[in-house]
Design a protein around this ligand. Structure first.
Ligand code: TXA
Ligand code: MG
Length: 345
Protein backbone atom coordinates (compact mmCIF):
# COMPACT_ATOMS: atom_id res chain seq x y z
CA UNK A 1 0.00 0.00 0.00
CA UNK A 2 1.33 3.45 -0.89
CA UNK A 3 2.53 5.56 1.98
CA UNK A 4 4.95 8.25 2.90
CA UNK A 5 6.19 6.75 6.15
CA UNK A 6 6.14 9.34 8.89
CA UNK A 7 9.67 10.47 9.66
CA UNK A 8 10.64 7.91 12.31
CA UNK A 9 12.44 8.60 15.57
CA UNK A 10 15.96 7.08 15.51
CA UNK A 11 14.93 4.02 17.55
CA UNK A 12 12.29 3.16 14.95
CA UNK A 13 14.58 3.55 11.98
CA UNK A 14 15.96 0.01 12.02
CA UNK A 15 12.48 -1.49 12.00
CA UNK A 16 11.31 0.74 9.17
CA UNK A 17 14.45 -0.04 7.17
CA UNK A 18 14.02 -3.79 7.74
CA UNK A 19 10.48 -3.49 6.39
CA UNK A 20 11.75 -1.55 3.39
CA UNK A 21 14.36 -4.23 2.65
CA UNK A 22 11.59 -6.85 2.83
CA UNK A 23 9.52 -4.87 0.29
CA UNK A 24 12.53 -4.85 -2.07
CA UNK A 25 12.99 -8.63 -1.59
CA UNK A 26 9.36 -9.17 -2.60
CA UNK A 27 9.89 -7.12 -5.77
CA UNK A 28 8.40 -3.86 -4.51
CA UNK A 29 9.60 -0.29 -5.01
CA UNK A 30 11.06 1.80 -2.18
CA UNK A 31 11.93 5.48 -2.50
CA UNK A 32 14.88 6.31 -0.25
CA UNK A 33 17.09 9.30 0.55
CA UNK A 34 20.67 9.57 -0.63
CA UNK A 35 23.01 12.49 0.02
CA UNK A 36 22.28 13.76 -3.52
CA UNK A 37 18.58 13.23 -4.30
CA UNK A 38 15.90 10.64 -3.43
CA UNK A 39 16.17 7.41 -5.41
CA UNK A 40 13.40 5.06 -6.58
CA UNK A 41 14.81 1.67 -5.64
CA UNK A 42 14.22 -1.89 -6.81
CA UNK A 43 16.13 -5.16 -6.38
CA UNK A 44 18.74 -4.85 -9.17
CA UNK A 45 18.51 -8.61 -9.85
CA UNK A 46 14.72 -8.61 -10.23
CA UNK A 47 14.04 -7.67 -13.87
CA UNK A 48 10.28 -7.43 -13.27
CA UNK A 49 10.70 -4.96 -10.40
CA UNK A 50 13.20 -2.91 -12.43
CA UNK A 51 10.71 -2.79 -15.32
CA UNK A 52 8.20 -1.25 -12.93
CA UNK A 53 10.69 1.50 -12.07
CA UNK A 54 10.78 2.52 -15.74
CA UNK A 55 6.97 2.44 -15.91
CA UNK A 56 6.47 4.53 -12.78
CA UNK A 57 8.94 7.15 -14.00
CA UNK A 58 7.59 6.92 -17.58
CA UNK A 59 11.22 6.65 -18.54
CA UNK A 60 12.40 5.29 -21.91
CA UNK A 61 13.86 1.80 -21.40
CA UNK A 62 17.09 2.88 -23.10
CA UNK A 63 17.97 5.18 -20.18
CA UNK A 64 20.02 2.99 -17.81
CA UNK A 65 19.72 3.06 -14.00
CA UNK A 66 22.42 3.46 -11.37
CA UNK A 67 23.18 0.39 -9.23
CA UNK A 68 23.75 1.23 -5.56
CA UNK A 69 25.98 -0.84 -3.26
CA UNK A 70 26.64 -0.70 0.50
CA UNK A 71 30.42 -0.72 0.06
CA UNK A 72 33.09 -0.86 -2.60
CA UNK A 73 34.11 -4.36 -1.49
CA UNK A 74 31.02 -5.66 -3.32
CA UNK A 75 32.05 -4.07 -6.62
CA UNK A 76 33.60 -7.29 -7.97
CA UNK A 77 30.20 -9.02 -7.77
CA UNK A 78 28.61 -6.59 -10.25
CA UNK A 79 31.32 -5.56 -12.73
CA UNK A 80 33.85 -7.56 -14.71
CA UNK A 81 36.94 -5.41 -14.36
CA UNK A 82 38.10 -2.20 -12.72
CA UNK A 83 41.06 -0.22 -14.10
CA UNK A 84 43.59 0.99 -11.51
CA UNK A 85 42.60 4.65 -11.81
CA UNK A 86 38.94 3.70 -11.24
CA UNK A 87 39.92 1.97 -8.00
CA UNK A 88 41.70 5.18 -6.98
CA UNK A 89 38.48 7.15 -7.56
CA UNK A 90 36.43 4.60 -5.62
CA UNK A 91 38.87 4.79 -2.71
CA UNK A 92 38.82 8.59 -2.64
CA UNK A 93 35.15 9.25 -3.14
CA UNK A 94 33.18 6.22 -1.89
CA UNK A 95 30.97 6.25 -0.03
CA UNK A 96 29.86 9.47 -1.70
CA UNK A 97 28.25 11.21 -4.68
CA UNK A 98 30.37 9.69 -7.46
CA UNK A 99 29.07 7.16 -10.02
CA UNK A 100 31.47 4.97 -12.00
CA UNK A 101 30.51 3.34 -15.31
CA UNK A 102 32.20 -0.07 -15.62
CA UNK A 103 31.85 -3.28 -17.68
CA UNK A 104 28.64 -5.06 -16.58
CA UNK A 105 28.65 -8.47 -14.93
CA UNK A 106 26.07 -10.93 -16.37
CA UNK A 107 24.50 -10.90 -12.90
CA UNK A 108 22.93 -7.52 -13.74
CA UNK A 109 19.80 -7.97 -15.87
CA UNK A 110 20.12 -6.01 -19.14
CA UNK A 111 16.91 -4.10 -18.32
CA UNK A 112 18.93 -2.25 -15.63
CA UNK A 113 21.52 -1.04 -18.14
CA UNK A 114 19.15 -0.24 -21.00
CA UNK A 115 20.94 -2.69 -23.26
CA UNK A 116 24.44 -1.32 -22.44
CA UNK A 117 27.31 -3.71 -21.79
CA UNK A 118 28.36 -1.32 -19.03
CA UNK A 119 26.76 -0.54 -15.68
CA UNK A 120 26.77 2.64 -13.56
CA UNK A 121 27.63 1.92 -9.90
CA UNK A 122 27.67 4.10 -6.82
CA UNK A 123 28.16 3.67 -3.06
CA UNK A 124 26.10 6.41 -1.35
CA UNK A 125 27.10 7.74 2.06
CA UNK A 126 23.67 8.82 3.33
CA UNK A 127 23.06 6.89 6.59
CA UNK A 128 19.54 5.77 5.62
CA UNK A 129 20.70 4.61 2.18
CA UNK A 130 23.55 2.78 3.89
CA UNK A 131 21.21 1.06 6.36
CA UNK A 132 18.80 0.07 3.61
CA UNK A 133 21.57 -1.37 1.43
CA UNK A 134 23.02 -3.26 4.39
CA UNK A 135 19.63 -4.64 5.48
CA UNK A 136 18.82 -5.63 1.89
CA UNK A 137 22.21 -7.21 1.36
CA UNK A 138 22.22 -6.91 -2.43
CA UNK A 139 22.35 -4.21 -5.09
CA UNK A 140 19.58 -1.62 -5.43
CA UNK A 141 18.91 -0.22 -8.90
CA UNK A 142 17.64 3.31 -8.46
CA UNK A 143 17.17 6.29 -10.72
CA UNK A 144 16.23 9.64 -9.24
CA UNK A 145 12.67 9.41 -7.83
CA UNK A 146 10.92 11.76 -10.25
CA UNK A 147 9.02 11.55 -13.50
CA UNK A 148 11.19 11.39 -16.63
CA UNK A 149 12.54 14.82 -17.60
CA UNK A 150 11.32 16.53 -14.43
CA UNK A 151 13.23 18.06 -11.53
CA UNK A 152 14.76 15.51 -9.13
CA UNK A 153 13.26 15.18 -5.64
CA UNK A 154 15.26 16.37 -2.65
CA UNK A 155 12.57 15.65 -0.04
CA UNK A 156 10.12 12.85 0.70
CA UNK A 157 7.20 15.29 0.22
CA UNK A 158 8.37 15.96 -3.35
CA UNK A 159 8.52 12.19 -4.02
CA UNK A 160 5.01 11.71 -2.59
CA UNK A 161 3.68 14.60 -4.73
CA UNK A 162 5.29 13.29 -7.86
CA UNK A 163 5.08 9.49 -7.64
CA UNK A 164 2.84 8.92 -4.61
CA UNK A 165 0.65 5.84 -5.03
CA UNK A 166 2.98 4.10 -7.50
CA UNK A 167 5.62 3.60 -4.80
CA UNK A 168 5.25 0.93 -2.09
CA UNK A 169 7.13 2.89 0.57
CA UNK A 170 8.87 6.25 0.87
CA UNK A 171 11.61 6.42 3.50
CA UNK A 172 11.47 9.99 4.77
CA UNK A 173 14.74 11.36 6.09
CA UNK A 174 14.14 15.03 5.42
CA UNK A 175 15.93 17.14 2.82
CA UNK A 176 18.97 15.73 0.98
CA UNK A 177 22.18 17.39 2.21
CA UNK A 178 23.92 17.68 -1.20
CA UNK A 179 20.83 18.24 -3.35
CA UNK A 180 22.29 17.67 -6.83
CA UNK A 181 22.96 14.32 -8.50
CA UNK A 182 26.20 12.36 -8.42
CA UNK A 183 29.04 13.03 -10.85
CA UNK A 184 29.13 10.24 -13.46
CA UNK A 185 32.48 9.12 -14.92
CA UNK A 186 33.01 6.51 -17.61
CA UNK A 187 35.99 4.47 -16.40
CA UNK A 188 35.87 1.70 -19.00
CA UNK A 189 38.72 3.08 -21.13
CA UNK A 190 42.31 4.22 -20.74
CA UNK A 191 41.25 7.55 -19.32
CA UNK A 192 38.26 8.79 -17.36
CA UNK A 193 35.49 10.59 -19.24
CA UNK A 194 33.02 12.88 -17.51
CA UNK A 195 29.47 11.88 -18.52
CA UNK A 196 27.52 14.09 -16.10
CA UNK A 197 28.88 16.90 -13.91
CA UNK A 198 27.60 16.53 -10.37
CA UNK A 199 28.26 16.84 -6.67
CA UNK A 200 31.96 15.93 -6.91
CA UNK A 201 33.84 18.70 -8.73
CA UNK A 202 36.07 17.97 -11.70
CA UNK A 203 38.97 19.63 -9.88
CA UNK A 204 38.57 17.17 -6.98
CA UNK A 205 38.65 14.24 -9.40
CA UNK A 206 41.74 15.62 -11.12
CA UNK A 207 43.44 16.09 -7.76
CA UNK A 208 42.72 12.48 -6.78
CA UNK A 209 44.11 11.17 -10.08
CA UNK A 210 46.98 13.62 -10.38
CA UNK A 211 45.93 14.60 -13.91
CA UNK A 212 43.24 16.65 -15.64
CA UNK A 213 39.86 15.17 -16.59
CA UNK A 214 38.37 15.58 -20.02
CA UNK A 215 35.11 17.45 -19.66
CA UNK A 216 33.95 17.87 -23.24
CA UNK A 217 31.00 15.50 -23.28
CA UNK A 218 29.85 13.51 -24.98
CA UNK A 219 32.90 12.82 -27.11
CA UNK A 220 32.20 12.26 -30.79
CA UNK A 221 31.20 8.64 -31.22
CA UNK A 222 31.05 8.09 -27.48
CA UNK A 223 27.85 6.58 -26.18
CA UNK A 224 26.31 8.50 -23.33
CA UNK A 225 22.91 6.89 -22.95
CA UNK A 226 20.26 8.78 -21.08
CA UNK A 227 21.80 12.19 -21.60
CA UNK A 228 18.84 14.17 -22.84
CA UNK A 229 19.21 17.83 -23.86
CA UNK A 230 15.95 18.69 -22.09
CA UNK A 231 15.97 17.44 -18.51
CA UNK A 232 15.69 18.55 -14.88
CA UNK A 233 12.91 20.92 -15.94
CA UNK A 234 10.14 22.50 -13.88
CA UNK A 235 6.74 23.13 -15.51
CA UNK A 236 7.67 26.77 -15.99
CA UNK A 237 9.78 27.67 -19.03
CA UNK A 238 13.35 28.47 -17.95
CA UNK A 239 15.02 31.42 -19.71
CA UNK A 240 18.78 31.96 -19.21
CA UNK A 241 20.22 35.44 -19.62
CA UNK A 242 23.33 37.36 -18.57
CA UNK A 243 23.00 38.75 -15.06
CA UNK A 244 22.89 42.31 -16.42
CA UNK A 245 19.89 41.38 -18.61
CA UNK A 246 17.65 39.95 -15.87
CA UNK A 247 15.59 43.08 -15.22
CA UNK A 248 15.04 43.81 -18.92
CA UNK A 249 14.09 40.18 -19.61
CA UNK A 250 11.65 40.14 -16.69
CA UNK A 251 10.02 43.32 -18.02
CA UNK A 252 9.86 41.90 -21.52
CA UNK A 253 8.24 38.61 -20.41
CA UNK A 254 5.80 40.49 -18.20
CA UNK A 255 4.80 42.77 -21.02
CA UNK A 256 3.62 39.59 -22.76
CA UNK A 257 1.27 39.05 -19.85
CA UNK A 258 3.22 36.10 -18.40
CA UNK A 259 3.64 35.22 -14.72
CA UNK A 260 7.37 35.65 -14.26
CA UNK A 261 9.65 34.22 -11.59
CA UNK A 262 13.25 35.28 -11.10
CA UNK A 263 16.15 33.34 -9.62
CA UNK A 264 18.15 36.34 -8.43
CA UNK A 265 21.96 35.83 -8.32
CA UNK A 266 23.63 36.60 -4.99
CA UNK A 267 25.86 39.51 -6.06
CA UNK A 268 22.95 41.40 -7.59
CA UNK A 269 20.54 41.29 -4.64
CA UNK A 270 20.98 45.00 -3.94
CA UNK A 271 21.02 46.23 -7.50
CA UNK A 272 18.11 44.30 -8.98
CA UNK A 273 14.62 45.24 -7.98
CA UNK A 274 12.13 43.36 -10.02
CA UNK A 275 8.41 43.62 -10.17
CA UNK A 276 7.43 40.02 -10.82
CA UNK A 277 5.30 37.25 -9.39
CA UNK A 278 8.11 35.64 -7.39
CA UNK A 279 11.74 36.61 -6.83
CA UNK A 280 13.90 34.04 -5.07
CA UNK A 281 17.41 34.92 -3.95
CA UNK A 282 20.01 32.35 -4.84
CA UNK A 283 22.04 31.26 -1.77
CA UNK A 284 25.46 32.90 -1.67
CA UNK A 285 27.51 29.76 -1.05
CA UNK A 286 27.61 27.56 -4.16
CA UNK A 287 27.11 24.38 -2.10
CA UNK A 288 23.93 25.84 -0.60
CA UNK A 289 22.75 26.76 -4.10
CA UNK A 290 23.25 23.13 -5.21
CA UNK A 291 21.38 21.87 -2.13
CA UNK A 292 18.43 24.21 -2.75
CA UNK A 293 18.26 24.34 -6.57
CA UNK A 294 15.53 21.74 -7.17
CA UNK A 295 13.43 22.91 -4.24
CA UNK A 296 13.55 26.47 -5.59
CA UNK A 297 12.59 25.36 -9.12
CA UNK A 298 9.60 23.51 -7.62
CA UNK A 299 8.71 26.67 -5.69
CA UNK A 300 8.20 28.56 -8.98
CA UNK A 301 5.79 25.84 -10.13
CA UNK A 302 3.94 26.04 -6.82
CA UNK A 303 3.39 29.74 -7.50
CA UNK A 304 2.21 28.99 -11.06
CA UNK A 305 5.02 30.93 -12.69
CA UNK A 306 5.01 30.46 -16.45
CA UNK A 307 8.57 31.66 -16.97
CA UNK A 308 11.63 31.51 -14.69
CA UNK A 309 14.50 33.85 -15.51
CA UNK A 310 17.94 32.82 -14.30
CA UNK A 311 21.61 33.26 -15.10
CA UNK A 312 24.35 30.64 -14.87
CA UNK A 313 26.78 30.51 -11.93
CA UNK A 314 30.53 30.29 -12.50
CA UNK A 315 31.08 26.71 -13.72
CA UNK A 316 33.66 25.82 -11.07
CA UNK A 317 33.27 23.04 -8.49
CA UNK A 318 29.61 22.12 -8.07
CA UNK A 319 28.78 25.30 -10.06
CA UNK A 320 29.44 23.23 -13.21
CA UNK A 321 26.63 20.83 -12.25
CA UNK A 322 24.24 23.71 -11.47
CA UNK A 323 25.05 25.31 -14.84
CA UNK A 324 24.46 21.94 -16.56
CA UNK A 325 21.05 21.43 -14.90
CA UNK A 326 19.87 24.99 -15.60
CA UNK A 327 20.98 24.68 -19.22
CA UNK A 328 19.05 21.41 -19.63
CA UNK A 329 16.07 22.90 -17.81
CA UNK A 330 16.07 25.72 -20.39
CA UNK A 331 16.39 23.44 -23.45
CA UNK A 332 13.42 23.13 -25.82
CA UNK A 333 11.18 20.30 -24.66
CA UNK A 334 10.42 17.83 -27.38
CA UNK A 335 7.03 16.14 -27.44
CA UNK A 336 7.46 12.47 -26.58
CA UNK A 337 10.57 10.94 -25.06
CA UNK A 338 12.98 10.53 -27.98
CA UNK A 339 16.55 10.10 -26.74
CA UNK A 340 19.63 11.41 -28.47
CA UNK A 341 21.85 8.43 -27.74
CA UNK A 342 21.41 4.87 -26.54
CA UNK A 343 23.41 1.66 -26.13
CA UNK A 344 20.71 -0.40 -27.77
CA UNK A 345 21.30 0.97 -31.29
O1 TXA B 1 22.85 11.06 -7.42
C1 TXA B 1 22.44 10.21 -8.22
O2 TXA B 1 23.15 9.74 -9.10
C2 TXA B 1 20.99 9.76 -8.08
C3 TXA B 1 20.85 8.97 -6.76
C4 TXA B 1 19.49 8.39 -6.58
O3 TXA B 1 21.85 7.98 -6.72
N1 TXA B 1 20.59 8.97 -9.19
C5 TXA B 1 20.39 9.45 -10.44
O4 TXA B 1 19.92 8.52 -11.35
O5 TXA B 1 20.58 10.61 -10.73
P1 TXA B 1 19.29 8.88 -12.75
O6 TXA B 1 18.68 7.64 -13.24
O7 TXA B 1 18.42 10.04 -12.65
O8 TXA B 1 20.52 9.19 -13.66
C6 TXA B 1 21.35 8.14 -14.04
C7 TXA B 1 22.06 8.46 -15.32
C8 TXA B 1 21.32 8.03 -16.57
O9 TXA B 1 20.40 8.98 -17.02
C9 TXA B 1 22.46 7.87 -17.55
O10 TXA B 1 22.74 9.12 -18.14
C10 TXA B 1 23.62 7.46 -16.67
O11 TXA B 1 23.22 7.63 -15.35
N2 TXA B 1 23.96 6.05 -16.84
C11 TXA B 1 23.47 4.98 -16.20
N3 TXA B 1 24.02 3.84 -16.64
C12 TXA B 1 24.90 4.19 -17.58
C13 TXA B 1 25.79 3.46 -18.43
N4 TXA B 1 25.87 2.13 -18.39
N5 TXA B 1 26.55 4.15 -19.29
C14 TXA B 1 26.48 5.52 -19.34
N6 TXA B 1 25.66 6.27 -18.57
C15 TXA B 1 24.88 5.61 -17.71
MG1 MG C 1 17.27 11.57 -13.00
Amino acid sequence: SPAAAARPAPAQVQGVVRGAAEILRRGGLVAFPTETVYGLGADAENAEAVRRVFEVKRRPVTHPLIVHLADSGQLGDWVTGTPGYARVLAEWFWPGPLTLVLPRSPRIPSVVTGGCDTVAVRVPHHPVAQRLLTAFGGAIAAPSANRFGAVSCTSAEHVADELGPAVDLILDSGPCPVGIESTIIDVTGDEPILLRPGAVGVDDLARALGRPIRTTTPLPGHRAPGQHPSHYAPRARVVLVEESEIVAEADRQQSHGLRVGVLRPPASTASITIDSALVIDVPTAIGDYARDLYRLLREFDRHDCEVVIASLPTPAGVGLAIADRLTRASAPRPAGTASTSTCAE
